[in-house]
Design a protein around this ligand. Sequence first.
Ligand code: ZN
Length: 365
Amino acid sequence: MYLSKLLYSLPLAATLLLTLPFKSQASQAHSFDAAAKQTASPSATLQQEVHADMNFLADDELHGRGSATRDEHIAALFVASQLQSLGLEPGGDNGTFLQKSTLPVPLPARTQQRIAKFQDIPRKETWNAIAILRGTTSPNEVILLTAHLDHLGIGPANSSGDTNYNGADDDASGTTAVLTLAHILATGPHPKRTIVFALFGSEELGGFGNRAFLAHPPVPLTSIVANLEFEMIGRPDPAVPTGTLWLTGFDRSNLGPELAKHGAHLVNDPHPKENFFRRSDNYALAQQGIIAQTVSSYGLHKDYHQPSDEIRTIDFSHMTNAIASMINPIRWLADSDWKPEWNPGRRPDSNPTGPPPLNAHPPVS
Ligand SMILES: [Zn+2]
């Protein structure tokens, strides 16, 4: 997730599905924790998978998956390999699951400033991992599920001498969510609409991976019905009821309310001053007119963009239930012919002719 402008300028078994505790038609905004308690072990297998993915992505040996570094490439390879193992169609370059793009030379001044405090290594290319689950009856309508697989890499030490910005919550948690959803959706009954899973590189530098996706999309951008980005769902947000997630730009479209009607434990973003709608990869898609919003439970914790955003801080029960709570709502959306719309006057401004916005900013120390 980007720092805000304000701050700156100022193999899961298909049987798992049978054990999930969530009712697809639930219309009350009950919490997923409460729902989970009604079943002894709602998702032990899912929790194991979540642990496994997180243990890899947030391990010290990945050096914080620095944007456009070899470590980001390794994270992308890991994600691509998993997507391939699910039997999904490749959505990357030349029949692969990876999409490579070259960063501009020189990097924009703001990007250089952004990385000045971090490890001084060449940052020439970035990597997305993309896969397609082709829809059965409406293959030309696409639901896009995304997260960013990069983070800040190696940087200034904190008071404990830790220089590894692991990014467990930001955004190994979202990457794991998309991977896990890919597993569940690919191994269940195939949806009517196509689902594209895309994990972006170099979000933290200003959305370079996302720009490559927009420039070379695996499906026509006009076919994308909705994009849900997953950002920082590894810990609960005390600002919302236990067992709920929030959706950025909730009141901008009818997507959040409709997903909530179909069982999602989604509420309005409780931190409007943070401007989170504009602070993730969803925003560049929204500027293209795509209904694109971010699912999160980031509670403004102090480990944001710090070496302490580590796996030990992850609430795996919360995170697993959060992912599970989105399965049936996404399945409903992928099987329906309902299309979300912007609310009147709430579509974000587009800038189709100018350069893409650069929303990344240096950390505030
Ligand atoms: Zn971030």
